[in-house]
Design a binder for this molecule. Structure first.
Ligand code: S3P
Length: 440
């Protein structure tokens, strides 16, 4: 599906309903599948990626019932395999486009005496899996990957021993995969990261009855095995990464004012808010409260005049990794040169996002330079409407639709159906705020 976007003729205004968090939805379903008893999960994101996780845990023996499908997401009842362990599925587990499904589940099944094959779509089949295969092998799992360390992969699990793992990358998927394997390993399993990645696993496992030791100074996180999660009731808040598209839209479309309720403002995810404020955007959080394992608030964002350039340092990157495409777009509207450093991880996302951002912004007429792990964007640029492809990457599709709002003339975003991975109703939400968006 292609989508046509017109230059915003009027400010974006109103409340925007942001779907539930993708990372937390995957984890809630996976932990419930591994738990003893029946978990009740509300406001679970209904998107292609989370459906991949639901299908995967069902194939592994969890009984998943979808009790309701509402605008707030899925209401689920999940009877987990608990101490019995997962079944050995006959067919490979298809993970679709979802790295979180593949990596977390490979870690989880590695602890059990089963043999499970994992496959993915064309994009996922190019993404690195050795980053989890190596620590899991060090724990005693046997893992075969395709040449180049990608999917398809086969995990032969069981008989694991805990390890002290120094992860070379700040990756929540690596950290979570090792900790989930650690649930079935003898002794203690620890992961130390080079920088703090999102901490939903550490927050959510205790809600499922699994103690997690966190040492904030050293960025070390540990679990003690063996440990079986117990069932839980959870409600998932809105996804800050999805909210970021509308926050940036409000910051760059003159006169705009939007708000979004119930958004998780977990400090390991809210880096984009800090950067946008530094650029002069007006973004306010109101009414902090606790929802399940997270703090949520209403996010208000409004256009506050011209933005200014900033430097986003490597240390900030894990806290805004998924927001870099839309932050780079914001940088085209900021006076001066914005520099993003230490962003090489973008090359192994759903697309090579560093190149996708560079090439896409250049299509819109922005002055942009990229190196192996950095990007510079000059602003303010007057963007020109163009034809640009999502490359099948949900976050690129949404970034280019927001770009179309400030570009002169029409923009056609090709392969825009990729939004179904994390935000299936994205174009409807944009239209409700007054944007001119049409599916072709
Ligand atoms: C995720 C972690 C991040 C993020 C991805 C979701 C997760 O990936 O980019 O969208 O749910 O753990 P990495 O762990 O590869 O950094």
């Amino acid at each position: 599906m292609d989508v046509r976007v017109w230059t915003a003729a009027s400010p974006l205004s109103g409340r925007v309903r942001i779907p539930s968090d993708k990372s937390m939805s995957h984890r809630a379903v996976i932990f419930a599948a591994a738990a003893d008893g029946v978990s009740h999960l509300r406001c679970v994101l209904d998107s292609a990626d989370v459906r991949s996780t639901l299908d995967a845990v069902s194939a592994l023996g969890a009984a998943v019932s979808i009790l309701d499908v509402t605008a707030d997401g899925l209401t689920l009842e999940v009877a987990g395999w608990g101490a019995r362990g997962p079944l050995e599925p006959k067919a490979p587990i298809g993970c679709g486009n979802s790295g979180t499904t593949a990596r977390l589940l490979m870690g989880l099944v590695a602890g059990w005496p089963v043999e499970v094959a994992f496959t993915g779509d064309a994009s996922l089949s190019t993404r690195p899996m050795l980053r989890i295969a190596e620590p899991l092998r060090a724990m005693g799992a046997r893992i075969e990957t395709a040449e180049g360390g990608t999917l398809p992969a086969r995990v032969k699990g069981g008989g694991l021993a805990g390890i002290e793992y120094l992860s070379p990358v700040a990756s929540a998927q690596v950290k979570s995969a090792v900790l989930l394997a650690g649930l079935r390993a003898r002794g203690r399993t620890s992961v130390t990261e080079p920088a703090r990645s999102r901490d939903h696993t550490e927050r959510m496992l205790p809600a499922f009855g699994v103690p997690v030791e966190t040492e904030p100074e050293s960025l070390r996180v540990s679990v003690a095995g063996p440990s079986v999660p117990s069932s839980c009731e959870l409600c998932i808040p809105s996804d800050p990464s999805s909210a970021a598209f509308f926050v940036v839209a409000a910051a760059i479309v003159a006169g705009s004012r939007i708000h979004a309720a119930r958004v998780s403002l977990n400090p390991t995810r809210a880096g984009f808010v800090r950067v946008l404020r530094r650029m002069g955007a007006r973004v306010l959080e109101e009414g902090f409260e606790s929802l399940g394992t997270e703090d949520v608030a209403t996010l208000h964002a409004e256009h506050a005049g011209a933005l200014r350039a900033t430097v986003v340092g490597a240390d900030e990157v894990p806290g805004l990794i998924d927001e870099l495409p839309v932050l780079a777009l914001a940088a085209t509207q900021a006076a001066g040169t914005t520099r993003f450093e230490g962003i090489g991880e973008l090359r192994v996302k759903e697309s090579d996002r560093l190149e996708a951002i560079r090439a896409g912004l250049a299509e819109f007429g922005a002055a942009v330079r990229a190196g192996d792990d950095w990007l510079e964007v000059d602003g303010p640029a007057s963007l020109q409407g163009c034809r640009v492809s999502s490359l099948g990457d949900h976050r690129m599709a949404m970034t280019w639709m927001i770009a179309g709002l400030v570009a002169e003339g029409e923009t056609i975003v090709r392969d825009a159906e990729a939004v179904s991975v994390s935000f299936p109703s994205f174009t409807d939400r944009l239209r409700e705020l007054g944007a001119g968006v049409e599916a072709l």
